[in-house]
Design a protein around this ligand. Structure first.
Ligand SMILES: Nc1nc2c(c(=O)[nH]1)N[C@H]1C(S)=C(S)[C@@H](COP(=O)(O)OP(=O)(O)OC[C@H]3O[C@@H](n4cnc5c(=O)[nH]c(N)nc54)[C@H](O)[C@@H]3O)O[C@H]1N2
Ligand SMILES: Nc1nc2c(c(=O)[nH]1)N[C@H]1C(S)=C(S)[C@@H](COP(=O)(O)OP(=O)(O)OC[C@H]3O[C@@H](n4cnc5c(=O)[nH]c(N)nc54)[C@H](O)[C@@H]3O)O[C@H]1N2
Ligand SMILES: [Mo]
Length: 759
């Protein structure tokens, strides 16, 4: 079922293809934004809402985690931020009548696009054991049901508490506190599928699992390398920052198997000249083979080592550890092997080297193109080696810049949403709240799926997100979810996870970022942390989508009171009334949040401390920044196979599908497409416009098939293919994960393309 197109969907998936564009944003983006926004919100609400995005007294854009500049435009949002807002602020509603008309079996045949288009959830809904459809339920009854199942477990570790990265700091802090008072560290989150590899690599090498640059550093940089990221679609406001950096003299190298329109040319919709002509952003495009990045950076490191005076010896001597071992490994880097791994030419790498050597301040930005491979952690460590060699960490205009996804995914981790919490964090919780938090490691996303599959976990609770569609190995994941006793989703919108349920299921509808949050203690705001460690307030203004919604903090507080009862000494009632009291506790538990309530009153927010960035101090095990020397890895393809990456179109937010177009790649009205290099396609006998099945090959011998994809001849690197997530998650084996971080390797799936089995 999961590998086939949805059966009961009025939207026909009939892709039309026009070929890739060479510029992003500009006037078409504005027209597109307003059209989508007005369809969902009407004209007046569109204007009122969009003007509040990312303003100092407004709400944080629920789109990506890119930071807000100090001087904000009246319209500080982008096309895709506007779509995210419209999706939430829509006037469409999913009421109890909707659920009466659509049994769960019917919902399970619909596409994610159709489900999302139905509108905002309005009532708590309950699917009783054996029932065929959800029915409205009171909040009290809903909490009773969760409490019944949680207290009936043989061990707290049979419960899973998932988080998606939109959850505010306050809600996240309360949620992990509840899970730990209940007795488990089973806090898998979307980060496990996202930047976990970055966190793993950075923690070990520089001692902090976060990026070390602020916006100002980008503006001051000489060279910015953007590897494995498509900002034109996924972080559009980053293009303005790159444009400004270029105006200040920076050069940009783009490393990507695909030529992405945004990185080629950016037409800034906020400046008159930009709207029409636009700025070329990329100076050097390295069209790398999927998974070739570690080899590329390793060779660059060798070439730096071989260049007289190129290494920052003072920095290396004073601040780093492991240099000799690393240098020995790097000197052994081999040109031929690197050219094979990367598909690049010698001239391209030489040109990159000369740009690297000419730069005194270098930044490397990356996203999912680096994090979702088997060897992602050593790849990112090699990026760190590269920056350390020339002293590019802890210096203005230089550093590591992992560009985060969800708007508060970084904050959620800071608040303790982590299945492997640091002992110091647990000590602080224990001291503040007077209970003994569990110390053993919990399950991450992949382990949580296995635990449900193997009947070791029986209650699945999700604070946002769409677990079954976002996770790998869709059929395995869905079967695992169906084994649970109870599945609970705190959600704003309908999605597939509501249709693939345990024996009992609940949907708990919640407020979104755009909405007014009124509690006993008056109107509340929440806080978020962006990709660069800046914390600021977010305040919704719209009337809530329904009078029956509870905020995420309120849901956690009420659930905690119901489940933990008198045993808990935590003042859950007070927390629910007044989020400032939660922030007081955060200030005492989480480093860097001293005087939280006072400092967050500054509309610009505040920066969290970052030892490597601020003081060139590296809080690692060795007390220094660690060079590492892992063997170089890259995917090796059997003959007749392609390496498939699963990525985002321009009309989606993860599993939320806004529309069926991918404008910059020239695809319209369809998502079941596979982009293949024309030379590979010819060799494999795949005509443009023909239909094919994607069959993934993995050592477990299980055949995973996604049926009925239109072949698109597209200028991707040789041997590589690309298709959209989540339709292709069915192809990603549960066990195919990155070493160390355990992130699903959803950017390197070995596939063969077979004559289509669907007509
Ligand atoms: N509008 C919108 N915004 C979003 C999201 C969204 O879905 N829609 N999602 C949010 C989230 S959660 C995240 S994590 C981010 C994701 O942001 P991105 O990481 O930009 O998202 P992807 O579409 O997965 O794109 C991966 C990019 O890496 C390239 N790539 C793939 N494999 C390799 C490789 O081996 N090496 C190199 N060098 N490049 C490679 C791909 O060609 C593509 O350009 O965006 C966030 N923002
Ligand atoms: N094959 C493949 N798989 C991937 C990826 C990939 O590149 N390829 N990317 C991975 C990445 S980077 C990520 S981050 C994950 C994303 O995984 P998730 O975060 O689980 O998925 P989303 O699609 O972002 O979740 C969308 C749902 O969140 C709910 N929601 C939206 N706003 C709110 C809110 O304010 N509060 C609450 N409670 N709910 C809300 C809505 O009901 C909506 O349907 O997917 C991962 N999966
Ligand atoms: Mo993400």
């Amino acid at each position: 079922m999961a590998g086939k197109p949805p059966q009961n969907d009025p939207v026909q998936d009939a892709p039309q293809v026009a070929g890739p564009k060479h510029a992003a944003a500009g006037l078409p983006a504005i027209g597109h934004t307003l059209r989508i926004a007005q369809q969902q919100m009407g004209v007046k609400r569109t204007a009122l809402t969009l003007l509040r995005v990312n303003q100092k007294d407004g709400f944080d854009c629920p789109g990506c985690a890119w930071p807000e500049p100090e001087h904000r435009h009246t319209a500080e949002f982008c096309e895709n931020g506007a779509k995210a807002v419209a999706e939430e602020a829509t006037l469409r509603r999913v009421t109890p009548d909707f659920f009466a008309a659509h049994p769960v079996a019917d919902l399970a045949t619909r596409s994610g696009y159709w489900l999302g288009q139905q509108g905002r959830l309005t009532h708590p809904m309950y699917l009783a054991e054996g029932a065929d459809r959800y029915e409205a339920v009171s909040w009290e009854r809903a909490f009773d049901i969760v409490a019944e199942e949680l207290t009936g477990l043989a061990s707290p570790d049979e419960a899973l508490f998932y988080t998606s990265g939109r959850t505010s700091n306050e809600a996240a802090f309360l949620y992990q506190l509840f899970a730990r008072e209940f007795g488990t560290n089973n806090l898998p989150d979307c980060s496990n599928m996202c930047h976990e590899s970055s966190g793993s690599a950075l923690n070990e090498t520089i001692g902090v699992g976060k990026g070390s640059v602020l916006l100002d550093d980008l503006y001051r940089s000489d060279l910015i390398i953007v590897a494995g990221q498509n900002p034109g679609t996924n972080h559009p406001r980053m293009l303005s920052a790159l444009e400004k950096a270029k105006a200040n003299g920076a050069k940009i190298i783009t490393v990507n198997p695909l030529p992405e329109a945004g990185m080629e040319r950016f037409k800034n919709p906020q400046t008159p000249q930009g709207m029409f002509k636009g700025a070329a952003l990329t100076d050097l495009f390295l069209q790398i083979r999927i998974g070739g990045d570690q080899a590329l950076f390793r060779l660059l490191n060798k070439l730096i080592l071989d260049t007289e005076g190129a290494v920052d010896e003072a920095f290396v001597g004073e601040h780093t550890h492991g240099y000799e071992e690393f240098a020995e490994a790097a000197r052994a880097a081999d040109w031929d092997e690197t050219l094979t791994a990367t598909g690049l030419t010698r001239a391209q790498i030489d040109e990159a080297l000369s740009m690297v050597l000419a730069s005194k301040r270098t930044i490397v930005c990356w996203a999912m193109g680096l994090t979702q491979h088997k060897h992602s952690v050593p790849t990112i460590r090699e990026v760190v080696n590269f920056l350390l060699l020339r002293g590019n960490i802890g210096r203005p205009g230089a550093g590591v810049c992992p560009v985060r996804g969800h708007s508060n995914v970084q904050g959620d981790r800071t608040m303790g949403i982590f299945e492997r919490p640091a002992p110091a964090f647990l000590d602080a919780l224990e001291k503040e709240f007077g209970f003994a938090p569990p110390r053993g490691h919990g399950y991450d996303v992949v382990r949580a799926i296995r635990a449900m599959r193997d009947d070791k976990a029986k209650v699945f609770f999700a604070m946002g997100g769409n677990f079954v569609s976002a996770s790998p190995d869709t059929e395995v994941t869905e079967a695992a979810m169906r084994r649970a006793r109870l599945t609970v989703h705190v959600s704003t919108k309908l999605n597939r996870s509501h249709a693939v349920t345990g024996a009992r299921a609940l949907i708990l509808p919640t407020l979104g970022r755009t909405e007014r949050d009124l509690q006993g203690g008056g109107e509340q705001f929440v806080t978020v942390e962006d990709s660069m460690g800046m914390v600021h307030a977010s305040r919704g203004r719209l009337e809530p989508a329904s009078g029956h919604l509870l905020s995420e903090p309120a849901i956690v507080c009420r659930l905690a009171r119901r489940v933990l009862g008198a045993e808990s000494r935590t003042p859950w009632e007070e927390f629910e009334k007044d989020y400032a009291t939660v922030r007081d506790r955060i200030a005492r538990v989480v480093p860097g949040f001293d005087d939280f309530n006072t400092r967050v009153a500054d509309p610009a927010g505040f920066a969290l401390p970052h030892a490597p960035r601020d003081e060139r101090r590296f809080p690692t095990a060795t007390g220094k920044a660690n060079f590492t020397a892992a063997p170089v890895e890259y995917p090796k393809l059997p003959a007749g196979r392609l390496l498939l990456q699963t990525l985002r179109s321009h009309d989606q937010y993860n599993t939320t599908i806004y529309g069926l177009d991918d404008r910059y790649r020239g695809i319209k009205n369809g998502r079941r497409v596979v982009l293949v290099n024309p030379d590979d396609a010819r060799e494999l006998g795949l005509a443009d416009g023909s239909y094919t099945d994607l069959v993934s090959e993995w050592k477990d011998g299980v055949e995973r098939r996604a049926a009925g994809f239109r072949v698109v001849h597209y200028p991707t690197a040789r041997g590589c293919a690309a298709a959209y997530y989540p339709e292709t998650n069915v192809l990603v084996p549960l066990d195919a994960t990155a070493d160390t971080s355990n992130t699903p390797a959803s950017k390197s799936v070995v596939v063969r393309l077979e004559q289509s089995t669907t007509d």
